[in-house]
Write a protein that binds this ligand. Structure first.
Ligand SMILES: [Zn+2]
Length: 538
């Protein structure tokens, strides 16, 4: 269940097939952290669960390829014991798996966890390298006996030649682990789910929140479920209902209408007797693959027909209300004018077509150019990705005034660079600690960075593509976001977790960039028919 249950200090669990009375007694008297040492002494009496994942949200519209190095220098990468050291307490699903191991006392065997920034299609050889490393680990541990697999995946991974990257990963793990070992997977709310993955995994549990603030909670839920499955208390079986519809980011905010009502329905369904989990996924539309789109996955206890019926029930509910989930976003000037008319500040412009969190380059210039043309005061852009300008202003130093050609270098659709005579207010190496609800405590690395000012307009220039999830990085320069009247973020929704408290107005806008939400303008070639662009008979 989404509402994680159970006593905080339940005794360690032992493997059903390999239980020994002495082991149980000993295990009960020790802290979970050293359980694995004792279990070694006793010849593996404890439940052993391998874990890890290769996480990527792939934009097939982004240029270039994603390679192993992008995983090693991305959101996070660790191997073996280092995974526990780095991600215990972190708001990632793997952090929740670690919590689960400590709560239940099972032995968690971390293999490889690698999370690249969203970017272009993954090079086939790089994917094979990462997958084979993980599979080799599973094989090695199989020789000692394992009881389950907990996978932390994104759900929208595309590999060169493999449209359903996550499905391939799950199916490969299934092939190695065999048919009887429970495999439970957590995924992002933006997975493009397809039948292969539902067939390969016993259960797929997706995030319930956007902004995503429940990753660790979903990880704990997966850990609770796999323990029950290994003990034989439940038999998770899954069903999927795919929904061929485009879902606007502005209509996905789970705490607000219209999305909150759907999340309540999902929770109501999974609380019913015989149900173990229900997930709504809104899909990741910048992947031009046949299974791109929204979906519902329901996990039931032993009854696949019941799971399918519940998935269809939620799917029908969503489909019947499909007008709710799509909204054409306003242009930049229209949003600014509307915000000024209402007069509640800051006016926040979510420049979602250039959302670095979805793999966009982060250097589109339409919003900045509009700010300059309107000569706005107390305006702020978070963040402009421009490593060249970052280097240039670092060389010039704090307090210097110089000419820069800012942004607009990655792709013509991102707009031309904006020529500006700026003052360098502050410089940074780009390292900081997030303090908002999404990544609190996680270290961010944005590379060479700077706070530049042109008249009343402030721009934070960074070298690494990452969306603003909270105000921590701006604050590290001395910028007080609450004093700003106009803030533009290269983000669709996640920024809300760290900026909604400013109490202004938020507009999801349509400015020129590669990830347009005007889906008719995108050069799709392989997607299926999708509402509202195509007529679909249901
Ligand atoms: Zn997401």
């Amino acid at each position: 269940m989404k509402q994680a249950s159970g006593a905080a200090s339940a005794p360690p669990v032992t493997r059903q097939m390999h239980r020994g009375a002495d082991a149980v007694r000993l295990a009960k008297s020790i802290t979970p952290r050293i359980v694995s040492n004792i279990s070694d002494l006793l010849g593996n009496p404890l439940m052993r669960i391998v874990t890890g994942g290769v996480l990527h949200e792939t934009s097939t519209f982004a240029s270039g390829v994603t390679v192993v190095r992008d995983f090693e220098t991305g959101i996070g990468c660790a191997r073996g014991r280092e995974i526990v050291d780095k991600y215990r307490g972190a708001n990632f699903c793997v952090g929740g798996f670690i919590d689960g191991a400590e709560k239940h006392g099972f032995e968690l065997i971390p293999l490889l966890w690698a999370f690249a920034f969203p970017s272009a299609v993954i090079e086939r050889a790089s994917y094979d390298t990462l997958k084979n490393e993980f599979l080799d680990g599973v094989r090695r541990e199989m020789a000692r006996g394992i009881d389950g697999v907990l996978l932390d995946l994104h759900g929208a991974m595309v590999v060169d030649g493999i449209d359903d990257g996550d499905g391939d990963f799950m199916a490969s793990v299934r092939e190695v682990a065999g048919p009887n070992i429970p495999i439970i997977v957590t995924t992002d709310l933006h997975g493009n789910h397809a039948p292969l993955r539902v067939a390969a995994a016993d259960a797929i549990i997706g995030y319930d929140t956007y902004p995503h603030i429940d990753m660790a909670e979903r990880g704990r839920e997966a850990a609770d479920l796999i323990v029950r499955a290994i003990r034989g208390e439940v038999r998770p079986v899954s069903a999927i209902r795919q929904l061929p519809l485009f879902w606007s980011a502005a209509c996905q905010v789970t705490a607000h209408p219209p999305m909150d009502e759907l999340i309540r329905l999902v929770h109501e369904v999974e609380r019913r007797p015989g149900m173990l989990s229900a997930t709504i996924s809104t899909g990741f539309p910048w992947a031009d693959v046949p299974d791109m789109g929204a979906s519902v996955i329901v996990v039931a206890d032993g009854n696949r027909e019941a799971a399918q019926a519940a998935a269809n029930e939620i799917g029908d509910w969503v489909w019947a209300r499909r007008e709710r989930w799509y909204k054409q976003p306003p242009k930049v000037q229209a949003a600014i004018a509307e915000g000024q008319k209402i007069g509640r500040f800051p006016i926040m412009l979510a420049d979602m077509a250039d959302n670095t969190g979805g793999g966009a380059p982060g250097d589109s210039t339409e919003v900045l150019r509009t700010f300059v043309e309107q000569d706005l005061s107390d305006a702020l852009v978070l963040y402009m990705v421009d490593p060249d300008v970052a280097k240039q202003v670092h060389a010039a130093g704090v307090g210097s005034k110089l000419h820069v050609e800012l942004g607009g270098k990655s792709d013509p659709i991102q707009g031309p660079p904006v020529p500006l005579d700026v003052e360098v207010i502050a410089l940074s190496g780009g390292r900081f600690r997030y303090d908002g609800p999404m990544y609190a405590g996680v270290t961010g690395e944005l590379g060479l960075s700077a706070w530049l000012r042109y008249r009343g307009i402030n721009v934070v220039v960074v070298s690494v593509r990452m969306q603003p999830l909270d105000q921590a990085f701006a604050r590290s320069f001395g910028i007080d976001c609450s004093k700003m009247k106009y803030i533009s973020v290269k983000s669709a929704v996640h920024f809300r977790s760290g900026f909604e408290q400013l109490g202004g107005q938020i507009f999801n806008i349509n400015a020129s960039a590669i990830h347009s939400h005007d889906f008719a303008s995108l050069p799709y070639r392989r997607r299926r028919k999708m509402w509202p662009l195509d007529s679909i008979e249901k």
